[in-house]
Design a protein around this ligand. Sequence first.
Ligand SMILES: Cc1ncc(C[n+]2csc(CCOP(=O)(O)OP(=O)(O)O)c2C)c(N)n1
Ligand code: SF4
Ligand SMILES: [Mg+2]
Length: 339
Amino acid sequence: METTNRLGLVMASYRGGKSTLCAGCGHNAISERVIEACFEMGIDATHVIKLSGIGCSSKSPAYFLSGSHGFNSVHGRMPSVATGALLANHRLQAIGISGDGDTGAIGIGQFVHLMRRNLPMIYIVEDNGCYGLTKGQFSPTADLGSTLKSGVVNDLAPIDLCAMAIELGASFVARSFSGDKRQLLQLLKAGLAHRGTVLIDVFSPCVTFNDHRGSTRSYEYVRDHEEPLHELNFVPFFEDITVEQEPGAVREVDLHDGSKVFLKSVAADYDPTDKLAAMRLLTDTARRGEYPTGLLYVEPDKVDFCTQLNLVDEPLATLPLERVRPPKSALDEIMESLR
Ligand SMILES: Cc1ncc(C[n+]2csc(CCOP(=O)(O)OP(=O)(O)O)c2C)c(N)n1
Ligand code: SF4
Ligand SMILES: [Mg+2]
């Protein structure tokens, strides 16, 4: 019999349309992990809003959770649409998919303010170092000295979206690789349990335009330079904690909904709650051309934007008119006070 989750649903009910992206594109693997994560967490798809901008990456929401709400926005404008949607209904689980061009170029101003506000949503950047949809030009995350297929050399230093997100105020920041199924799945499930901005920068090779020698986002290059910081185990609030731990060797992070993340350091001990250490790590490893992956930074108790605005509990979108519109007596009182 097919496995069902805590809602009694099978994994197939979390799928979307058939992908029209190139076979082997990293973005397809990410959609698969989103499907698995939502299935394993028992997410109600009708309470999810999928958001995106423009790009091959931004087409991805069409390939998962066909029963959810969705908004495919203008290029780089996903953050403002997401902000509006969540203010209208703060009970929605928002999952945004963007690209390194959509986020790092045209959408960088919007990205900055979303991170700064710690808007409660998952924001995945499918990072292939190029504009896949428009035939592979360098994007702002392309590494200095990397080349296009034609041999053209990139002479600008990259933007590190994780470093920016940490600096600006996002409360859950991770880097992963579309080829690292296990790590990405654990990060996505942990992201679903966190309340605040979850920024996951996923290196996701473009097999058609950026998978050659000279590219630093090819499958081969990322596989050789990915340095996992820890083995990551996520235990959702609805499961018994049975992870066997050697005392002292594993760090435990408690998330908003009672779920837990266990982090066993791979090389040097790494504390993902130390903001300065995270920034130092990203600066030092970038100099050496390495990509640390895993949970880079987490601040589980940071207040998210909707809570900070002190919204009424019931979503604004469903409040009856009489609770939205002030009565005539209140308006008269205001007018009187201005005389
Ligand atoms: C306002 C506007 N400017 C430019 C474009 C052209 N355009 C479409 S997708 C894209 C870049 C996509 O790159 P990225 O976000 O990295 O996604 P990928 O295709 O690599 O997944 C650009 C420049 C557009 N659609 N709209
Ligand atoms: S062009 Fe590149 S990014 Fe776009 S679908 Fe194909 S492989 Fe993926
Ligand atoms: Mg791209």
